[in-house]
Design a protein around this ligand. Sequence first.
Ligand SMILES: *Cc1c(COP(=O)(O)O)cnc(C)c1O
Length: 376
Amino acid sequence: MRPLQMVDTKTQYLKIKEEVDRAVLNVLESSVFIGGPVVQGFAEHLATYHGVKHVIPCANGTDALQIAMMALGLGPGDEVITPSFTYIATVEAAAILGVKPVFVDVDEATFCIDPKMIEAAITPRTKAIIPVHLYGQAADMEPIMEIAQRHTLYVIEDNAQAIGNDYTFSDGTVKKTGTIGHVGTTSFYPSKNLGAYGDGGAMTTNDDILAEKLRMIAAHGQKQRYYHEIIGCNSRLDAVQAAILDIKLKHLNEYIDARRKAADFYDRGFAGQAAISVPYRAANNRHVFHQYTLTLHGVDRDALHQYLAEQKIPSMIYYPVPCHRQKMFDAFGGADYALPVTDKLTDKVISLPIHTELDEEQQQYIINAVLSFVNR
Ligand SMILES: *Cc1c(COP(=O)(O)O)cnc(C)c1O
């Protein structure tokens, strides 16, 4: 059996090595490292993939969130509604702008923000809702958009983990995650579903005015070089990464299918186990399985994590401390929040290896190890 890894970017690379190597060499030979046709081409292809008007590349997914909030004019005194059960970047990007994250609990099944809990958190200072499509599952965008419309709030979708997911509205309309709210943000961190070989990120929007603002802010607030109209930052996707991503984008659907197939295999392996809930798949979206995350019942999660490590099986706890309990949010009264579902999940979830190169022999070994621990 091949050694187990949480993600196997090496084997994935070897399958597209020739094409990637050639594309990277072409960039080196062109010596256009920043901006230029390769970055532009990738942005256009990614926009087509999403069925969205604008893709604005940037340096990483955290910047994408921060630039989105800057472009929407969010600042000190404003509040955004976000889940606490997410990667820190979602809320850190708000906090760094002096925007207060207001934490809302998640739905126990989907792991995403619970739309039923959002309205109670809205205050006169609320400016935006930031749903996170966690682990590859889409947050329930239809009620979220409806609440946002009723209260005139912006919606920023943190799509770092769910690129390529299709969300279906009750009228049958299908949209890619990241194109439903006012702006979507994503990350090309190497382990993400569309991963670069370094850092990268992007913002998606159908709004022409917002697109121009996002583009300006990512480029020192300028439209025309050396004429700085608004306060911005420096956040760029470089041409080498864009060249790699452009090749990987062609494989994204096939990568998603491979992840879904691996998830199906795990689901079958864990079927009928009372102590294990496999990831719920909401009917309104197509889970892209950035993570395959089990919820355990009456099992010592940390002991399982340790046991798997002893069997040379990596597993991860995403995330061991929810945002509202992070020290960095003490100033926002983080610990005062009552988020029972978030706290419960934090103690019960465990993510197993899932990636495009996982084979059934590896998966069966993982399944057997989990079951032998759970049923011992
Ligand atoms: C990865 C991730 C980010 C941040 O992306 P970086 O490219 O690492 O800055 C933001 N939000 C979520 C949910 C993520 O998983």
